[in-house]
Design a protein around this ligand. Structure first.
Ligand code: ZN
Length: 133
């Protein structure tokens, strides 16, 4: 599987990640394997330096917009201030095997993953080819 993202949205993710020492997060909107928009969310976790939790109000609003014909929520992104764009064990523990796209920003790179049952990474993620352009 591959996911396409525009160079502009890729830069938005890098800028968002670089703006905070905590983990930042947001939604990936689009269709199929194409990210057509990214939407920053507040990280409402109690321990935002090490975890992320998407602001549920933003998530619900995005689902509602999708039902009225807006872009679908195909996944989300978050950053790893430690610099490693691979999913952590915590990410794996909290991920549902729902096929969502996870983009992780770390160390000036972005990497994409898909949350599945029996994935190769921590039993929960498969790497996804990210095509920028
Ligand atoms: Zn993580």
């Amino acid at each position: 599987m591959r996911v396409e993202i525009s160079i502009t949205d890729r830069q938005r993710l890098l800028d968002h990640a670089g703006s905070s020492r905590d983990e930042v997060c947001g939604l990936l909107l689009g269709e199929g394997g194409r990210v057509t928009a990214v939407r920053a969310c507040a990280n409402v976790s109690d321990t935002p330096a090490r975890r992320f939790e998407l602001d549920p109000a933003v998530l619900i609003a995005a689902w509602r917009a999708a039902r009225s014909g807006g872009p679908r929520v195909i996944g989300h992104y978050h950053s790893h201030p430690t610099g490693d764009p691979r999913p952590s064990v915590t990410d794996a523990r909290e991920a549902a095997a729902d096929g969502a796209i996870w983009i992780i920003v770390g160390g000036g790179e972005i990497a994409a993953w898909r949350a599945v049952a029996h994935g190769r990474v921590h039993g929960r993620f498969e790497p996804v080819e990210l095509v920028v352009g």
